[in-house]
Design a protein around this ligand. Structure first.
Ligand SMILES: Cc1cc2nc3c(=O)[nH]c(=O)nc-3n(C[C@H](O)[C@H](O)[C@H](O)COP(=O)(O)O)c2cc1C
Length: 436
């Protein structure tokens, strides 16, 4: 059977506690806050051929489930965590080629603040930073920023559209040839090539120009994970890369085709928009060992159940303690948070009870279990159907063992099939992302 064209791998991460309960016991559970664990990890990923490491973020300690932070702080999935934006600097300083994507919310940043920070990061990473544009999904986050509640879902996207307009104008406020450093004339920068932006809009005002010079990529790589129709449009119009978790190969293909269609309708070349699907491979030396490991993963029913409840509470602000957990998910459930994820989960749960469904739920588009070669073959087959562009390895919470299984098991197996990069041909993240 012929192989798919080469595709890409990214890593979904955050700056939170690595796996501390089910992995080889080490010191990482307490020492991760110094960032060194993630430095080791990003170096391994670069060596193994990952295109990027993405760092998710949120801005609160969730306490929705039963009105307390107990379940969240017991499992430590969304809190505690560190702000990924400053961590980009340290990860970039330890590497040369890999892209590093940090999440920041358009609902809570001001465009000038964000544009300046990501311009700074683009400089110090030498053109390897990406911004995961999110609109946030929690009232608790809004309350940390002085609001009572989050603006409504589609209004947040309307704000995000204007936000991008302002950040783009600010990033373009320095022409590429504005810096002269001309000893003869005595001019460092040409004042005629540094422009105010004078933005006065519905949500934002900013005079500009930025006080940081134009960065290597001009604009950071824009990453987005919109799933709702409004979110998909936003992503198709603005993003270089998308993250999503559609169900199965058909769902992946439909999502990618839809995004490419939307990108074309905004006058963009669809090949400039790369789609990444979340996977959580379970890998061991042999298929049989991997199957046993997979069963052991699912057998941690109470643990998985609690983690999923905490996850729903955090990202959807839905308090499942109010429902009968031994009955199916209520029909009329809605959220002002991650709307498309709620729909996906509803489909995954099917008619199962909340308890049954959640105790066997894994964040993934495809179930991948086997030796490195088996999983590489499964990814190969999936990509032939879907048509491109890459997978986002989830594996949360992360452990050194899991990273090694991917970087020293799966990646070499993919490279042997010619499916994964073995080197980076360009200096900047966007160029590497568009290179095939
Ligand atoms: C892989 C993935 C990563 C995401 N990372 C974040 C994140 O770090 N922070 C956040 O607030 N939302 C995150 N989201 C949520 C999305 O930004 C978005 O709100 C969600 O997919 C629902 O889409 P919708 O708002 O268009 O319904 C993520 C979603 C996915 C699928």
């Amino acid at each position: 059977m012929s192989s798919a064209d080469p595709f890409r791998l990214g890593w979904f991460g955050n700056i939170a506690s690595p796996e501390w309960k089910n992995a080889f016991p080490g010191n990482d559970a307490r020492q991760w806050t110094d960032g060194r664990f993630y430095v080791d990890m990003v170096r391994n990923m670069e060596r193994a051929g990952f295109d990027f490491m993405m760092l998710e973020d949120s801005l609160m300690v969730p306490d929705v489930y039963a009105g307390t932070a107990e379940l969240e702080l017991k499992h430590a999935r969304y809190a505690p965590k560190l702000d990924p934006v400053p961590i980009v600097s340290m990860l970039a300083y330890a590497t040369e080629h890999i892209g590093i994507v940090a999440t920041a919310s358009t609902t809570f940043y001001h465009p000038f603040h964000l544009a300046r920070q990501f311009s700074t990061l683009d400089h110090v990473t030498r053109g390897r930073v990406g911004w995961n544009v999110v609109t946030s999904s929690e009232d608790r986050a809004a309350q940390n920023y002085g609001l009572d509640a989050l603006p409504e879902h589609d209004l947040r996207y309307e704000m995000a559209e204007e936000f991008m307009e302002v950040t783009d104008a600010l990033w373009n406020s320095w022409d590429a040839d504005a810096v002269l450093a001309d000893r003869e004339t005595g001019y460092y920068a040409d004042f005629r090539k540094v422009h105010t932006v004078d933005h006065v809009g519905k949500f934002y005002r900013s005079r500009g120009p930025l006080n940081t010079p134009r960065s290597p990529q001009g604009r950071p790589v824009i990453c987005q994970a919109g799933g709702s129709p409004r979110g998909r449009d936003f992503a198709a119009k603005n993003a270089d890369m998308l993250l999503n978790i559609p169900n199965g190969i058909d769902g992946m293909k439909a999502y990618r085709d839809d995004i490419r269609r939307r990108a074309a309708s905004f006058g963009r070349d669809p090949d400039e928009v790369k789609t990444f699907f979340v996977i959580y491979p379970i890998i061991a030396a042999t298929d049989e060992e991997a199957r046993a490991k997979n069963e052991a993963w699912y057998a941690r029913e109470q643990h998985n159940f609690e983690v999923q409840l905490a996850h729903f509470a955090a990202t959807m602000e839905i308090d499942f303690s109010k429902f009968d957990l031994d009955a199916p998910i209520p029909e009329d459930l809605s959220t002002n948070g991650h709307q498309s994820q709620l729909e996906n989960w509803r489909k995954q749960l099917g008619g199962k009870t909340i308890r049954e469904g959640m105790s066997r739920m894994r964040v993934q588009s495809l179930e991948l279990v086997g030796s490195p070669d088996t999983v590489a073959a499964q990814l190969d087959e999936a990509m032939q159907e879907v048509g491109g562009d890459g997978f986002l390895v989830y594996g949360q919470p992360i452990s050194r063992e899991y990273v090694a299984e991917m970087t020293d098991g799966l990646c070499p197996a993919l490279q042997r099939r010619g499916l994964l990069r073995t080197e980076f041909s360009h200096p900047t993240f966007r160029e590497n992302l568009r290179s095939f």
